[in-house]
Design a protein around this ligand. Structure first.
Ligand code: GUN
Length: 286
């Protein structure tokens, strides 16, 4: 029987452990960690994600400072806000929710965030540090995937990991993290030839492409561990339903373990954001 990895339960443990450390800092008379969350525009999915991030901050004992800006905000106003957050003693971590509305230069905005407060791990300094194996703030989603893989498999050394997708947010940092754990890593994407044959070699498969139920059982090796990063909204019989990038029902009988959607990777992303905020706060304390 395959294990269905309970991301919610693992995330609960991670958040509880952050909350415990935060309580210790506060008992010592140190400042409570603060996370600034910036939401631009009214993208429905982003609003849900931001709400969950703020709610989890409360559970972790982290102060959240929310900044909501209109979709037509000027680039300069947003950059000025980031400068203020970079300079604020109350703010240890800064998160600008993506995607940004058209007309805003995402690259320029993410590069403006101080690398020390970049709890998303998207700044080029943190990207470079991760690739070089130097201390960095690691992107939350791949970090969450790694924690679940290690819980499931223990040492990952020598495993063949196939990452489906090459985004800056998930695919590329996931590959870097797995390489750091001494996996053999293959990254496949929309232009890859023989994608199914490559996936069939995977001991570990991480799917992060944003294509509903693309990965089928016929793509998998018997006993693979599958992590599904996809969150795709679909209409089924007139009802809205979330599905992953993996065809869960089809793959269940073939895998040794798999994450569900929802309740797999999603809660772990937010738990790792709490962890990063604590790490950033502790480093800023000196
Ligand atoms: N949008 C989708 N995923 C993420 C994430 O991990 N961080 C931010 N800031 N925006 C996102």
């Amino acid at each position: 029987m395959a294990t269905i990895i309970d991301g919610k339960a693992v995330a609960f443990e991670v958040v509880a452990s952050v909350a415990k450390e935060v309580a210790t800092l506060v008992e010592q008379g140190l400042q409570r960690p603060g996370l600034a969350v910036v939401l631009v525009g009214d993208d429905a999915a982003s609003q849900v994600y931001v709400r969950n991030k703020i709610r989890t901050s409360e559970q972790a004992g982290i102060t959240s400072i929310e900044h909501r800006l209109a979709a037509d905000v000027s680039q300069q106003t947003l950059l000025t806000l980031i400068d203020e957050l970079n300079a604020s003693d109350q703010v240890n971590g800064i998160l600008v929710q993506l995607p940004l509305p058209d007309g805003l230069d995402e690259k320029l905005i993410l590069e403006r965030i101080s690398p020390a407060k970049d709890v998303d791990g998207f700044h080029p300094m943190n990207v470079g540090a991760l690739s070089s194996g130097l201390p960095s703030l690691v992107p939350c989603t791949p970090q969450g995937c790694l924690i679940m893989l290690q819980q499931q498999l223990g040492d990952l050394s020598g495993k063949h990991a196939v990452v489906v997708g090459r985004s800056n947010i998930v695919g590329k940092p996931m590959a870097a993290l797995l390489l750091q754990q001494s996996c053999t890593v293959t990254v496949v994407h929309s232009r890859t030839k023989n994608i199914e044959q490559l996936c069939a070699q995977a001991d570990i498969l991480v799917a992060a492409v944003g294509r509903p139920e693309m990965v089928k059982a016929s793509w998998l090796k018997e006993g693979a561990v599958v992590i599904d990063v996809g969150i795709n909204a679909q209409e089924v019989d007139g009802k809205r339903k979330l599905v992953g990038d993996v065809d869960f029902a089809d793959c269940l009988a073939k895998v040794s373990a798999i994450t569900p959607v929802p309740g797999g990777v999603g809660p772990m992303t937010i738990a790792c954001l709490m962890q990063n905020t604590l790490i950033a706060a502790k480093r800023q304390l000196g």
